[in-house]
Design a protein around this ligand. Structure first.
Ligand code: CMP
Length: 140
């Protein structure tokens, strides 16, 4: 097992309902450590860059509009196999398919307003972390 870092976003549907602490409690109970965290309002440019891999998808405009519709909490999570572990803890992208006890099953409203984002691979985690955090803002 490897100690890894992954990038997480608590999305506007969750901050709007004051759920940051409840999402963080699920993360910490799962054994992941929040080693960096800040609450920001993403700019349109930041959101478009962050989701550029989805630029050609029909939901891209809706996704960007949603991500800038309210505050988000960006985070770096650390733990053994943190990337896969956090994806397990979040549950399926569509909350209708998410397992019991997962963040999306507990809190998500829809496939778009789905409470949390987590990196899908080591390369993307490194890119996503670097988009939002300087090295000295991450304290393990
Ligand atoms: P996320 O893990 O942040 O990465 C891409 C996001 O696109 C995904 O979570 C969903 O919130 C969003 N998404 C995926 N499919 C759809 C869809 N059909 N309609 C709207 N948003 C979607």
């Amino acid at each position: 097992m490897a100690l890894e870092r992954t990038f997480s976003i608590i999305k506007p549907d969750a901050t709007e309902r004051n759920l940051t602490g409840q999402v963080n409690a699920v993360i910490e109970k799962a054994g992941l450590r929040i080693v960096a965290q800040k609450r920001i309002r993403m700019t349109r440019e930041q959101a478009e860059t962050f989701y550029s891999v989805h630029r050609e998808r029909p939901f891209f405009g809706e996704l960007v509009d949603f991500m800038i519709s309210g505050p988000v909490v960006v985070q770096v999570l650390e733990g053994e196999n943190a990337i896969a572990r956090y994806r397990e803890v979040m549950g399926a992208t569509n909350p209708a398919n998410a397992a019991d006890g997962t963040i999306r099953k507990l809190f998500a409203k829809s496939v778009g307003e789905n409470t949390a984002h987590g990196s899908d691979a080591a390369e993307t985690a490194a890119i996503e972390i670097a988009q939002f955090f300087a090295g000295n803002e991450i304290v393990g």
